[in-house]
Design a protein around this ligand. Structure first.
Ligand code: 5MM
Length: 336
């Protein structure tokens, strides 16, 4: 077993998943302003520190993805944020892409940037304590998209990123996200997501990535959020498992889904059924941003000094996700 494989497994084994707290300042500002909190470096840290000091870090959360601002901040007690996370038994990670920009020669699609100077940035993050990283390629979906151009360029970038990250001794999280926006059916999502993931692995293999030392972060197979094709959660789970079984090489240690705008309960219930129907060898867990933080953020925004109350809500959400990652969740457990 390689060191990278060990790190990947430590993050996602035993019902553990990942807290995606890597919102860029633009996204975090939207999240905070939506609950009437001003967005400053201090307020962003105050909320995140509350989560990072929760009992669930280390217990249900095996890895925390940070944003550049956060990994360079010190906690209120003067500690490095990465030390705070490691002490609780979780592994600190860092988002290293610099965002999705307009893709030249495509009218509406995006290409994720951040490769220039990446090797040097990675060394700096490793020194700060990060042991895994994240890069998100984002795809719109409709009759014409994702285009071959978008799949080719984003897969190429994901593979170049992964190679540099493994060279630096860290585990790359590879996130090719097919967005939920649109009126496409779940079967459209299934066929396009399968293609996106297959193209991504073609490129990872070509660029000699050690597949035992990565974590794949895909979307679940869902109908578009404006689609009339509403399917059952059972179907969502079987289509999601089928997609991954058919398009992901067996060597990879595991899959950690993004929540992509699902509610907290939807993302939990879908993950639970995915695990009940998981007929693959892959661990299937969560790497949620919104579906772990939403309720905690809402409560915190009205009770900024109630650290314990905020943590209680976050711990419960993380526990529910962890049960779902083992196929042991039920709606009755939500209100206990
Ligand atoms: C936490 O949000 C990440 C995106 O941040 P920016 O758009 O600000 O760069 C995002 O990549 C996230 O890690 C994944 O999409 C999972 O988050 P959700 O909320 O979809 O579970």
């Amino acid at each position: 077993m390689t060191e990278l494989n060990k790190v990947a497994l430590k993050i996602i084994s035993d019902g553990k998943g990942i807290l995606a707290a890597d919102e860029s300042n633009g996204t975090m500002t939207k999240r905070l302003e939506a609950v009437n909190v001003g967005s400053t470096p201090e307020s962003r840290l105050a909320f995140r520190e509350t989560l990072f000091l929760s009992e669930s870090i280390g217990e249900y959360i095996g890895g925390v993805i940070l944003y550049d601002e956060t990994i360079n901040q010190r906690s209120s007690s003067g500690e490095l944020i990465t030390d705070m996370i490691s002490k609780s038994g979780a592994i600190p990670g860092i988002k290293v892409d610099t965002g999705a920009k307009t893709l030249a020669n495509s009218d509406e699609e995006k290409i994720t940037e951040g490769l220039d100077g990446l090797r040097e940035r990675l060394k700096k993050y490793y020194k700060l304590g990060a042991r895994f990283t994240k890069w998100r390629g984002v795809y719109i979906i409709n009759k014409n998209y994702p285009s071959k151009l978008a799949m080719h360029t984003n897969s190429h970038a994901l593979a170049r990123y992964s190679a540099l990250v493994q060279e630096c001794g860290m585990v790359p999280i590879i996130e090719p996200e097919v967005l939920m926006d649109g009126n496409h059916s779940a079967d459209d999502c299934l066929s396009k997501t399968s293609e996106v993931i297959k193209r991504c692995f073609d490129e990872l293999i070509l660029q000699k990535i050690d597949l035992t030392g990565i974590i794949l972060k895909p979307n679940m197979i869902l109908p578009g959020n404006n689609s009339s094709d509403q399917i059952s959660k059972e179907e969502i789970s079987t289509k999601t498992v089928k997609c991954l079984k058919d398009s992901v090489p067996n060597e990879i240690p595991g899959i950690a889904f993004l929540s992509g705008g699902q509610s907290e309960i939807e993302a939990t219930e879908n993950l639970n059924l995915i695990n009940k129907n998981n007929n693959t060898e892959f661990l299937m867990t969560y790497s949620y941003g919104r579906a772990l933080q939403q309720s905690a953020l809402k409560f915190w925004s009205k009770n900024i000094n109630d650290i314990k109350g905020t943590q209680k809500i976050f711990n419960n959400r993380a526990k529910m996700c962890s049960l779902a990652a083992q196929g042991k969740w039920s709606s009755e457990l939500e209100n206990k």
